[in-house]
Design a protein around this ligand. Structure first.
Ligand code: NAD
Length: 479
């Protein structure tokens, strides 16, 4: 049976390429489809198209109400393709059908949310006294380069694309090699909304070649990168050459602080979602659980039972624990788990791959007796692996939580409001959840400190990453 072949979208056209990538289903490692692999020449054409669009009046100087209509129409079109897109995303990515569908719904919500802001990007007037009038304009940056990772390709892409278009930018999207197909469906929906030619270009090329070429290109006015720390650093070096502003959404090693009075049901629901959702391949995963010593043994037992009880299987069956993206990712996770054991961490659950299944399945894994100096307490695993550490005092909990190079999110579980607020203030993270991991939504600013990156996505604040301020100072004669 032949499989479908997908194309890149450049300057309003679907274009093929000489080279093709085979996209595998992580649940079986069988081919799902092939994808045209964009070349550097394709990337150049996409940038030129975006440049022409950004420099024309078609996108940037239309009445903002027109951009509102475009964004709302994109949202409507995304909802129409959500079922078809979910099946493709589930097959190429391994996530559950339900979560894949949620990605499309969330993508539609981003466009609705930023549609509501597209006609409210208002500057200020600055009083300068007699003889002057002064005001500020928010202008689009121009060409926004958006480099997308594979873990939530559709919703992460929409997270940056929607505010970029709301503000009047033209966009080049570099989709992830391991999971580019959902974005092709997203692009089909966008195409139907009738935006000016070249406003949105979608390319799937090799990161080190095409991604690096795009990041270093002089025609790029802004870079939004979501991905790993080393890639982010190399993109930042390229951006520095051209002094291009960037938003960096990088990794994490986020901790939940669990105090003795925590509601256990709320906690366990959060652990389940926090580290096992999307097979732990979530930048803001709850990858460390810091537990007050008086309940340490009890929590270990409960979390271990939770992990062992999860049903493991393909996303197409909406299993509770789905495969990780690739065989290489699985090997990396296994190796890290072996090193954790060698370093003295004790296995409470899992610890290895699932040998009885053909795809890239990792057992839901929980380590306890982890100490702060261990790799498993410091480095991002990006898989379903939780490290549990005990603490004795509030001070120690804060110091452990803040004791990594990352600072994406953190959580506090307690019934004591004062304690929760004290900790929330002191946690070095871009977002703090109290009593529910992943509380918040597309409306709440999200981003990191330290090696987790900088700049904020989501919420109203994010829109201002996609504009630059111009001040207009006028001399008035006769006053
Ligand atoms: P990755 O860094 O390997 O790749 C991300 C993207 O960058 C891909 O499109 C890839 O092709 C491209 N790329 C690779 N090398 C490049 C280069 N030299 N120049 C330009 N582009 C290049 O990351 P990944 O494995 O796809 O995603 C996992 C990582 O992303 C994890 O570390 C995770 O924490 C992070 N992440 C962060 C967030 C966030 O919002 N903070 C969200 C999701 C994922």
């Amino acid at each position: 049976m032949s499989i479908q072949h997908w194309l890149n979208h450049i300057d309003g056209q679907w274009v093929d390429s000489d080279q093709h990538l085979t996209i595998l289903n992580p649940a079986s490692n069988q081919p799902v489809a092939t994808m045209a692999q964009a070349s550097v020449a394709d990337a150049e054409l996409a940038l030129q198209a975006a440049r022409r669009c950004a420099d024309s009046a078609a996108l940037t100087r239309v009445r903002p109400a027109q951009r509102v209509s475009w964004l709302l129409e994109i949202a409507r079109q995304i909802r129409l393709v959500a079922d078809q897109g979910a099946e493709i995303l589930c097959a190429e990515n391994g996530k559950t059908l339900r979560d894949a569908r949620d990605e499309f719904t969330e993508a539609a919500r981003y466009f609705e949310y930023y549609a509501g802001m597209a006609d409210k990007i208002e500057g200020i007037s600055v009083p300068l006294g007699n003889g002057y009038m002064d005001f500020t304009l928010y202008e689009p940056m121009g060409v926004s380069l958006q480099i997308v990772p594979w873990n939530f390709p559709v919703s992460i892409c929409a997270r940056s694309l929607a505010p970029a278009l709301a503000a009047g930018n033209a966009v080049v999207i570099k989709s992830p090699e391991l999971s580019p197909l959902g974005l092709c469906v997203l692009m089909q929906a966008i195409e139907r909304a009738g935006l000016p030619q070249g406003a949105v270009n979608l390319l799937c090329g090799r990161g080190r070649e095409v991604g690096a070429f795009l990041a270093a290109h002089k025609s790029v006015d802004q870079i939004v990168f979501t991905g790993s720390v080393p890639t982010g650093q190399s993109i930042l070096r390229a951006a520095a050459e051209n002094a291009v502003p960037s938003v960096m959404e990088l990794g994490g090693k986020s901790a939940a602080l669990v105090f003795a009075d925590a509601d256990r049901e709320q906690l366990l629901a959060s652990v389940r979602n926090g580290i096992f959702f999307n097979a732990g391949q979530v930048c803001s995963a709850m990858s460390r659980l810091l537990v007050e010593r008086s309940i340490y043994d009890e929590v270990i037992e409960q979390v271990g039972a939770l992990a062992r009880g999860l049903n493991i299987g393909p996303g197409s069956e909406n299993a509770e624990l789905t495969p990780v993206i690739s065989a290489a990712q699985l090997q990396g996770i296994q190796a890290m788990c072996q090193r954790a054991q060698q370093a003295g961490a004790r296995v409470v659950a899992g610890g290895d791959a699932v040998s009885s299944l053909a795809g890239n399945f990792m057992q839901p894994t929980v380590f306890c007796d982890v100490t702060a100096d261990m790799e498993i307490a410091q480095s991002e695993v990006f898989g379903p692996v939780l490290a549990i550490l005990p603490f004795d005092t509030e001070e120690e909990a804060i110091s452990l939580a803040n004791g990594t190079d990352f600072g994406l999110v953190a959580g506090v579980f307690t019934q004591n409001l004062n304690l929760a607020l004290r900790c929330s203030r002191r946690l070095r993270a871009g977002q703090v959840y109290v009593n529910e991991w992943f509380a918040g939504g597309i409306e709440t600013p999200f981003g990191g400190v330290g090696l987790s990156g900088y700049g904020r996505e989501k919420g109203q604040e994010a829109l201002y990453s996609y504009v630059r301020t111009k001040n207009l100072a006028l001399r008035i004669q006769g006053e």
